[in-house]
Write a protein that binds this ligand. Structure first.
Ligand code: AHR
Length: 879
């Protein structure tokens, strides 16, 4: 037990940003110490750090945040939208979809003896090229006939609420109405509200009315009906019902979900995907021009997640969503590559898509004098939207042809010429341009998230490219993450936050899931572990949501270094891998942390995650502060078990609790509950001479500027966070790729955790069996997709040993991963680990004799088929 932490300070000679994973195993009864240097800010926190990512998945818009309550309002839900090859596709042209009129109108039911069918003979317009023909010849006063819609797993009815109903209708044979529109319980026994419409004719006309409920109990097992008591034949299209929306926007968003999002204090929204921006085929990408203007003129499209999108939530609605929550849009544009692999190469064929992107940017940011700014004005929004970030495509590392290099360059050049103030985001490493940001994605389990929670601490800051972690999630728990997920998230958020000079933006994904039907055909969930869930009536935040909320509402403007001592190790058993076999328990650090300070208010925010199944006392020392107020606050999210979670039935089971703290000072001890995330809010005052802001320029983006396309937000030149020389020892040196923990091999050699790489990502596969080595652990983690590796060495002769094993389940034979690498001029062309090792899960070591003449050993990797991968590198002086 450490009584006076300040006595330790002389020993803490060099304060470096300590990573939890780099700490040593301590005796179980020692109290760990977290020492925060309040006066030694290392960098600024990115002002746009915490954000949201969205796409149409899991019924995010249809049956989600988009207010529309009628399912299949335009009768195109099972329209056939056959994929069109890029050679035959022109993004400026509309390609009508095929309607199978023999299919019954999906999600609609005939009532009172009516007959309904799809009819393409009398379309409302080219975009909505089908209507519902209602044969109500059996209708009578005693038995009105018509159609009913059950919404997205129910239609919510609330007391004293006004709904806006609208539809287009025409009729045959002089039928003029009336049509009765009502909100009823599914059993038909209760009518909550109804209104009658007359004036139908042989021409299409829109009808609108309000339906207001009385003091009824909230319910969702309800239907929307259109009936007639008089016989007739009627055609209907664009049948719509909206509840009150957030900020009362026409065609707007559902209020309860918007309130949950507002609670996250997001700074940006990455839109419109994800895979959704790409589509399965070229004619199924998010073609923004087909998502603007009057909703009844939007054709809609087949989304890649298996259901129809009306595009009622289109480009303008995305931007207004941003406006309502004071977020800035991060716009992803279609980049000439679709999910199933179709693509166009850079050059003339890509030009129309570049033009579409430039016009899309103009639609959002141009003033009313520009062509597309004028169109936005006509669509109802005169003021331009702020925009600083444009992402070229999505996850283009799946395009193994290598075409992204040229495609990115073409978009980048055109955007920089017309909009030099914009920051351009790449989705996979590029060489011919310096991308302003690179979007990195991580979907992992709790142990993997914790294991990689030191990865940005050692990432070089010299490349000129910042990082946008545009999709990530600890995927534990379904439909929404449980506490284990939240703990993994919090550990990972600590890593990103304390590195937010480099990782300037982050957003969890996916954001939403409709939890009404989790399995079976037509299910409401396509992807598990989503941040917040809902049904037709209510919504809730997962424990991960509350972690995001805790992090997003309490953080400072500068990053403070934390020196950790005595972090305990705990045992965790990861979930079984997809290849089966019993997973082995692993020892991982029990605590994760990040500290920031608000320089204006003096508040230090210390976030600490205790992943252990036991309360954990922690000594907290704040050095470099003249005083720390005796009173402070702690916000704590804790659970009895990692499996504990929130749900639609029990939405508030795990929520953060705020407690007042007293007895604080420059050092104090607190006990963190088991399975918990804590944000300490400590009021500090620095001495007169103490630095209140980081000494170095760190190149973070400025806060969101006024919404003018002329505003400049080009990042300042990046500065490298100085890497302590102690962690770049001279040879012999051994680097274990892909892990944040050092390792000892069976010969007793020490291997450093993953260091020295430029680019790429890390991955651990702790349970794989590896043949052909005495040290299988060396091959249970890897770095992949990296550009290069370099290590400072005294000039001289060395043997460089490169360790490989193919352990990725996506590679199933020779030729599926081929790359080249060059070690100090020694070229290894078309290297195939599978071939070299004689199959998967087999170790292979390539030894190269080299000479260093400029103080560095450098290895350059070039992908050919799939990404390069490596498990370890040894640099040994030549004997
Ligand atoms: O977030 C779900 C999906 O994961 C996204 O659409 C895609 O970009 C990623 O593969």
């Amino acid at each position: 037990m450490i009584a006076d932490v300040n006595k330790l300070l002389p020993f803490l000679a060099s304060i470096v940003l300590a990573t939890p994973a780099g700490t040593e195993l301590q005796a179980a009864d020692a109290t760990p110490i977290l020492e925060i240097r309040a006066d030694q800010a290392t960098a600024k926190v990115s002002p746009v750090f915490y954000g949201l990512m969205t796409e149409e998945i899991n019924f995010s818009y249809e049956g989600g945040i988009y207010g529309e309550l009628i399912r299949n309002r335009s009768f195109k839900a099972d329209a056939v939208n056959e994929g069109i090859k890029p050679e035959a596709y022109d993004p400026a042209k509309y390609y009508p979809v095929k309607i199978t009129v023999s299919n019954p109108p999906k999600y609609w039911n005939a009532v009172g003896g009516a007959v309904m069918m799809l009819d393409t003979n009398t379309p409302l317009n080219e975009a909505l090229n089908v209507s519902l023909k209602l044969d109500a010849s059996a209708a009578s006063k005693a038995s009105p006939a018509g159609i009913a819609n059950g919404g997205y797993w129910g239609i919510p009815v609330r007391p004293h609420t006004t709904y806006r109903a609208s539809f287009y209708a025409k009729a045959a044979g002089g039928f003029t109405g009336p049509l009765t529109v009502s909100l009823q319980s599914a059993d038909g026994k209760t009518t909550f509200a109804e209104v009658k419409f007359s004036g139908l004719s042989g021409q299409w006309r829109q009808f609108q009315a309000k339906l207001t409920t009385k003091g009824v109990a909230p319910s969702k097992d309800n239907v929307f009906k259109i009936t007639t008591a008089a016989p007739g034949t009627i055609w209907l299209q664009q049948v719509s019902l909206f509840p009150p929306t957030y900020h009362n926007r026409p065609n707007g968003n559902r209020s309860d979900i918007m309130e949950l999002l507002a609670g996250l204090h997001p700074k940006f929204l990455r839109l419109p995907g994800g895979n959704y921006v790409e589509g399965n085929f070229f004619n199924q990408h998010f073609n923004w021009k087909e998502t603007i203007g009057p909703v009844e003129q939007r054709p809609g499209h087949a989304s890649c997640w298996g259901y129809w999108s009306t595009d009622g939530l289109g480009l303008l609605e995305y931007a207004e969503w941003c406006e309502d929550l004071k977020m800035e849009p991060v716009l992803a544009v279609f980049a000439g590559y679709a999910l199933r692999g179709d693509r166009v190469e850079a050059g003339a064929k890509l030009t129309p898509y570049v033009q579409e992107a430039l016009e899309e940017i103009e639609y959002l940011t141009g003033d009313a004098k520009t062509t597309w700014g004028a169109r936005r004005t006509k669509d109802g929004h005169r003021a331009p939207f702020p925009l600083r970030y444009v992402e070229i495509g999505n996850e283009d590392f799946f395009d193994h042809s290598g075409s992204y290099e040229g495609r990115f360059a073409q978009f980048y050049d055109a955007i920089k010429v017309k909009y030099p103030q914009l920051q351009v985001i790449a989705t996979t490493p590029v060489k011919s341009r310096v991308a302003d940001l690179i979007d990195e994605h991580f979907y992992k389990n709790q142990q993997e998230m914790e294991a990689q929670s030191g990865m940005y601490d050692t990432r070089s800051r010299t490349s000129g490219t910042k990082v946008f972690v545009g999709e990530w999630a600890t995927r534990v728990g379904s439909p929404t993450p449980n506490m284990a997920g939240a703990l993994g998230d919090a550990a990972w958020l600590c890593c990103m936050e304390r590195n937010s000079d480099l990782v300037v933006m982050e957003c969890f994904a996916p954001l939403f899931v409709n939890v009404s039907q989790l399995t079976g055909p037509g299910r409401s969930m396509q992807w598990e572990s989503d941040l917040l869930g809902y049904d037709a009536l209510t919504s809730y935040g997962s424990p991960s949501y509350y972690v995001e909320k805790m992090f997003g509402q309490d953080y400072g403007d500068v990053i403070l270094p934390v020196k950790a001592e005595g972090i305990p190790m705990v045992e965790q058993t990861p979930p079984a891998g997809r290849r089966g076999g019993a997973p082995t328990a692993r020892r991982v650090p029990g605590l994760y942390y990040s500290a920031t300070r608000d320089t204006a208010k003096g508040t230090v925010y210390l976030k600490v995650v205790n992943v252990a199944d036991a309360p954990q006392p922690v000594s907290i020392a704040i050095s470099g502060a003249a005083s720390v107020a005796a009173n402070g606050e702690a916000v704590v999210l804790a659970a009895d078990s990692p499996q504990a979670s929130n749900s639609i039935r029990d939405p508030l089971k795990l929520v953060p609790v705020t407690t007042k703290l007293s007895g604080l000072g420059t050092s104090f001890t607190r006990t963190l509950p088991k399975f918990s995330v804590t944000v300490f809010k400590l009021q500090t005052r620095l001495g007169r001479t103490a630095a209140s802001a980081p000494a170095a320029a760190v190149g973070n983006p400025p806060p969101l500027a006024a919404p003018t396309p002329a505003s400049t937000a080009v990042a300042a030149p990046p500065s490298a966070r100085p890497t302590p020389t102690a962690i770049r020892p001279a040879p012999p040196v051994r680097i274990k790729a892909g892990t944040s923990e050092p390792l000892k091999d069976t010969e007793g050699n020490a291997w450093l955790a993953d260091l020295g790489f430029e680019g790429g990502q890390t991955l651990e596969r702790p349970d794989v069996q590896i043949a052909g080595t005495k040290n299988p652990d060396l091959y249970r983690s890897e770095r992949y997709s990296m550009d290069s590796f370099s290590w400072p060495v005294p000039n001289g002769k060395y043997v460089v040993k490169l360790h490989f094993a193919e352990t990725y389940e996506g590679i199933n034979g020779p030729g599926e991963r081929v790359f080249s690498f060059n070690v100090q001029g020694h070229e290894f062309k078309d290297f195939d680990v599978w071939v070299k090792a004689g199959g998967p899960f087999r170790a292979y070591v390539e030894a190269v004799n080299v000479e260093a003449t400029n103080g560095v050993i450098k290895v350059i990797f070039t992908p050919k088929v799939e990404n390069p991968q490596i498990n370890g590198i040894e640099i040994l002086p030549a004997s």
